[in-house]
Design a protein around this ligand. Structure first.
Ligand SMILES: [Zn+2]
Length: 261
C-alpha cells in the first residue's frame, strides 16, 4: 500500500488517542499462510473441521480430533508472523494504553512481540487437561503422544489425575474464557481508538466490543478487504488485506503522533 494520507480531523484524533484497542481476526494471519485448515475438498479424514471443533467430537473420536489439532499446531508452528503482526506489536509503544484482542488461536502475535493481548478463542500452542486444567506446551504433548490425547496422570502413579489433554482452544458450544472477555469488554468501554482488522466481526463477542467502543465515542478504524456491517460507522476504512494496510496505517499514526503541538 502507498503511503497513507490522513485528513486533518482524523489525524488529530489519532494524535490525541491514549487508550487504543485492536480487534484482530483470521485475516491478520491469512498472509502467513494460515487459513481455514480445510485442506483439499474441505475434509480432513472424511470429517469437516466444524465437526471436529466440538467437545462432543473429542469425546466420541478423541484420536481424530487430537491428530487434527496436532496438524494445525504443526502448520502454525511452521508459519512466520507477517507485516500485520509486526505492525500490531508496534502499537504497544505508540499509545500509553493498548490492548490487542485476538480471535486467532495461533501464536503469531506473541512471536511478533505483542505482550499486551487477550486471546478470546484460546491458543493452539498449549494443551490443557480436561479434568484438572493443568497446561503444557502443545508441541511437547504431541511429541509424547502423536496419535491419541495424552493422559494427564503421572505414569505409574495410580493416584494421579485421570484426565487427558486437549488443545487449549475454545470449541463450538463452549464459553469464551471469562477473564479474557472481561478484560476485552472493559478495554473497549474505555478506549478512544478501536482498530478492527481482518475480522468480519459478525459474531459475539466481536460485534459487541465494536458497539461498546462506538458508544464510548471511540474513533473506529477498519481494515478489511470486504465491507462489514460496521463499515458505515468506521471513521476510516481501508479496503485492503491487513498485511498491506496495517503497516501503512501504523506508519501514518507513528508520524502524526511524533509531531509536536
Ligand atoms: Zn489433569
Amino acid at each position: 500500500m502507498e503511503e497513507l494520507r490522513l485528513d486533518a480531523e482524523l489525524a488529530a484524533r489519532l494524535r490525541r488517542a491514549t487508550r487504543a484497542v485492536a480487534l484482530a481476526g483470521a485475516g491478520v494471519s491469512k498472509e502467513s499462510g494460515l487459513g481455514t485448515f480445510r485442506g483439499a475438498g474441505g475434509l480432513w479424514e472424511d470429517r469437516r473441521p466444524e465437526e471436529l471443533a466440538t467437545p462432543e467430537a473429542f469425546y466420541r473420536t478423541p484420536g481424530k480430533v487430537w491428530r487434527w489439532y496436532a496438524a494445525r499446531y504443526a502448520t502454525a508452528a511452521a508459519a512466520a508472523p507477517n507485516s500485520a503482526h509486526h505492525a500490531l506489536a508496534r502499537w504497544e509503544s505508540l499509545f500509553p494504553s493498548f490492548l490487542l484482542v485476538t480471535q486467532n488461536v495461533d501464536d503469531l502475535h506473541q512471536r511478533a512481540g505483542s505482550r499486551r493481548l487477550v486471546a478470546l478463542h484460546g491458543t493452539l500452542a498449549e494443551a490443557v487437561c480436561d479434568t484438572c486444567g493443568r497446561r503444557r506446551p502443545m508441541g511437547e504433548a504431541v511429541a509424547a503422544s502423536p496419535a491419541e490425547p495424552p493422559a494427564c496422570g503421572v505414569p505409574g502413579g495410580g493416584t494421579g489425575c485421570r484426565g487427558r489433554f486437549r488443545p487449549a482452544v475454545v470449541w463450538f458450544g463452549e464459553n469464551l474464557p471469562a477473564a479474557a472477555l472481561e478484560t476485552a469488554s472493559r478495554a473497549a468501554a474505555a478506549c478512544d481508538l478501536l482498530l478492527v482488522a481482518g475480522t468480519s466481526a459478525l459474531v459475539y463477542p466481536a460485534a459487541g466490543l465494536i458497539e461498546t467502543a462506538l458508544r464510548a465515542g471511540a474513533c473506529v478504524v477498519e481494515i478489511n478487504p470486504e465491507p462489514t456491517p460496521f463499515s458505515r460507522f468506521a471513521h476510516l476504512r481501508l479496503a485492503a488485506p491487513a498485511g498491506a494496510a496495517l503497516p501503512a496505517l501504523t506508519e501514518a499514526i507513528a508520524s502524526c503522533r511524533s509531531m509536536t503541538g
